[in-house]
Write a protein that binds this ligand. Sequence first.
Ligand code: G
Ligand code: G
Ligand code: MN
Ligand code: NA
Length: 254
Amino acid sequence: LELANDLWQAIDRQEMRLFYQPKFRSSGSELIGFEALLRWQHPTRGLLMPDLFLPRAEKTGQIVALGNWVINEACRQLKQWHKEGNSRWTVSVNLSALQFHQRDLLNTLAQALSHHQLPSGALMLEITETIAMRDPLFSQLRIRELQQLGVKIAIDNFGIGYANLLHLKHLEASELKIDRSFINCLRADSEDATVVSAMLTLAQSLNLSMVAEGVETEEQQRLLTGLGFDALQGYLLGKPTPAEYVSEFMTIAS
Ligand code: G
Ligand code: G
Ligand code: MN
Ligand code: NA
């Protein structure tokens, strides 16, 4: 409750931070972009993870202001990287249910992109499978609007919710991020490889780019690359870090 009160001032007091987790193309390991992950540098409690304050922010509606800040800050940082010569990098931003349904979302995005003079295709929005499937028709229309604006859509945490495959087809997203619970236990001799491989076939038939998150071991990296994943993310390749440290990932990539 205390946190909820502090949250109203947190943006003004510049206590919010974005950490960036790198995403690599699986063949050749080229660094292709980052997922932005919110942190709260609280004055007395230290660095707070989103699970501690986002659920409440969603209930109070504070998530909208917070989410708008995230979109603008991610665009500012991405423009900075583009100016530094990394003009092919993309940034993915997680959207909450409320944000996804919010009327103003398209304006907010269009303004942030034009203010920072970014090509809209450099920004990707992640919505969870659960959010996307709650009201499939709305999601389909909303995703179409977003695609028309030029931003890309990823279906996040795929495989743990109620994915209706027909709806998935109609959503016309760009990317499918397989939930890390499928990746975590992945080993060459495990059945999970069969499940993941089936998801891959599905994604390919729907023209979706396939991303594995939660890659923690070299064995997983080898397996996923062999299976034909397009991109990989996980602690093995890079943990979420402040923007000033992302150059460290570039040496891994080359
Ligand atoms: O960063 P971490 O792995 O602790 O993230 C925990 C959860 O918080 C994840 O589900 C992630 O998608 C979510 N999350 C992180 N940053 C944001 C954000 O800016 N907006 C929303 N809506 N969710 C976020
Ligand atoms: O729900 P979403 O997929 O957006 O959540 C991303 C969260 O997953 C972030 O909080 C991030 O810190 C976490 N994460 C990223 N890579 C790994 C990993 O390799 N292992 C684990 N356990 N968590 C990860
Ligand atoms: Mn995500
Ligand atoms: Na995810």
